[in-house]
Design a protein around this ligand. Structure first.
Ligand SMILES: *Cc1c(COP(=O)(O)O)cnc(C)c1O
Length: 462
């Protein structure tokens, strides 16, 4: 997905990033120096046009591919990647719906004016209050994740005299992420209901799978309407074949349910997890390719099964907002450290760290960084960008070549931090969480303001 734009450094930078002749970088026409003068560092910078283009790109790619096989698609933006009122509005304006995973995310989507009918509610342990709010707001789909929850949603819907639209989240044994997928027979994780039937005991018949048991339970409850079946296979997936295998498995389950109950559900959701480029040279999953491949696979599977295709939905989060965001930091200290093999690693400390991007510590996620405030002819050195927290694992970028004259006061940009940066941020060491600033057409605007120490003190009852 090279942008081919003059001055654009390519992936993993957002489309609005340009490096000028003088070495300084601008985002959507706003110079990083101006951004920093106005908003300080660290700051999450969000390229609005890039977000919108990716949202449109996913919607168009999937609509085109699925309409070509006689089906259709709804695209839900997975709000957990980054949800603010403005971001939810952008998603909606680009024709996306919004997926939420808690009462808090649901509140943001509603505050943005997203109609309940265009919102989904996920979660493996939704509270009565969260389910109740979803029902009261007419949320379009509640994705149930356990048998206990089927009963719970039915009870809360019954109390309100409404019929709850539900999808059942199943696990297909396909787990994907990184560069390949694995298909396993059993499940050992908290999400979803397995489609694998439990083994029969001592020659006895095997029982229904947990997924089938939940579907059968939903079907017979008058307080619930079974919209469809949901499957989310993982994150940062760069090989589309996992989606095809999982979608087929879900279509088989749908056909089996129809054969047993006469209920052929209308919708199948294949989740999110579409991978992006984090490093130069990495290639993001191409939405057109994955849409075509999955559409072809489900078309073939439906023909084999003799069932008409359902409507589909997808839930991309990272692929929409990840590349649209970057984080700007100011360098504070630079320290050369001699390694056992004699090499020197330059530790470059910035004014944020694991509190604004936990992914390197949590998943050993790799990022890239560049000095963006000036040009430099200095020989590059082996550097590690670290934060200011009291943890040696407080790493922002594990390994990157930075100009040998990198020094205090330099502005450093880390690209592709739009997803799971601010949304997973913490106040570790009582750091205040950075603002989210949108840039568009040469102007910046604060979407979420910087937290202050007063904000934090206000929570402390003394
Ligand atoms: C996390 C999640 C997503 C979004 O995943 P991305 O990797 O951000 O695309 C979508 N659906 C469900 C159910 C999820 O848990």
């Amino acid at each position: 997905m090279s942008t081919g734009l003059p001055g654009h450094p390519g992936e993993p930078w957002s489309r609005g990033v340009r490096r000028r002749e003088d070495g300084s970088v601008e985002v959507a026409g706003v110079d990083v120096h101006d951004l920093v003068a106005e908003h300080g560092t660290p700051v999450y910078v969000l390229d609005e046009a890039d977000f919108r283009a990716r949202a449109r790109g996913y919607r168009t790619a999937f609509e085109t591919a699925f309409r070509a096989v006689g089906s259709d698609v709804d695209v839900y933006y997975a709000g957990k990647a980054l949800l603010t009122v403005a971001v939810a509005r952008w998603a909606r304006e680009e024709g996306l719906r919004v997926d939420t995973a808690s009462g808090g995310e649901l509140a943001v989507a509603l505050r943005a004016g997203v109609p309940g009918a265009e919102i989904g509610l996920h979660g493996n342990n939704k509270s009565d209050a969260e389910i109740g709010r979803a029902l009261d707001e007419g949320v379009g789909r509640i994705i149930v994740d356990s048998l206990v929850e089927v009963e719970r949603v039915a009870r809360l819907a019954g109390e309100r005299g409404v019929v709850a639209p539900v999808m059942v989240r199943v696990t297909t044994g396909v787990h994907a992420g990184g560069h390949e997928y694995i298909s396993t027979a059993h499940e050992d994780q908290k999400f979803g209901l397995s489609i694998a039937a439990p083994r029969g005991t001592e020659g006895g018949p095997a029982g229904d799978s947990p997924a089938m048991a939940a579907l059968l339970d939903v079907v017979v409850r008058p307080e619930l309407h079974l919209l469809g079946i949901h499957s989310h296979i993982g994150s940062q997936i760069l090989d589309p074949s996992g989606f095809e295998v999982a979608a087929r498995a879900v279509l088989e389950l749908r056909a089996e349910l129809a054969a047993r109950t006469g209920v052929l559900v209308d919708e199948v959701d294949i989740g999110g997890g579409y991978g992006i480029a984090y490093l130069p040279g990495e290639v993001a999953l191409d939405p057109e390719r994955v849409a075509k491949d999955v559409a072809a696979a489900v078309d073939a599977a439906a023909a084999e099964l003799g069932t008409p295709l359902p409507r589909f939905s997808i839930e991309p989060g990272r692929a929409i907002v990840g590349p649209a965001g970057l984080t700007l930091y100011t360098v504070g200290t630079v320290k050369p450290v001699t390694l056992d093999d004699g090499r020197v690693r330059t530790y470059v400390s910035v004014d944020g760290g694991m509190s604004d991007n936990i992914r390197p510590a949590l998943y050993e996620a790799q990022y890239h960084a560049e000095v963006v405030g000036r040009a430099s002819d200095a020989e590059p050195v082996l550097a590690r960008v670290v934060g200011k927290h009291c943890e040696s694992g407080d790493i922002v970028v594990h390994e990157v070549r930075l100009p040998g004259d990198v020094r205090a006061g330099d502005l450093l940009a880390v690209p592709a931090t739009g997803a799971y940066g601010r949304s997973m941020a913490s106040n570790y060491n009582m750091l205040t969480r950075p603002p989210v600033v949108a840039v568009r057409d040469g102007a910046s605007r604060v979407l979420v303001r910087r937290e202050t120490v007063e904000d934090l003190l206000a929570l402390d009852e003394g």
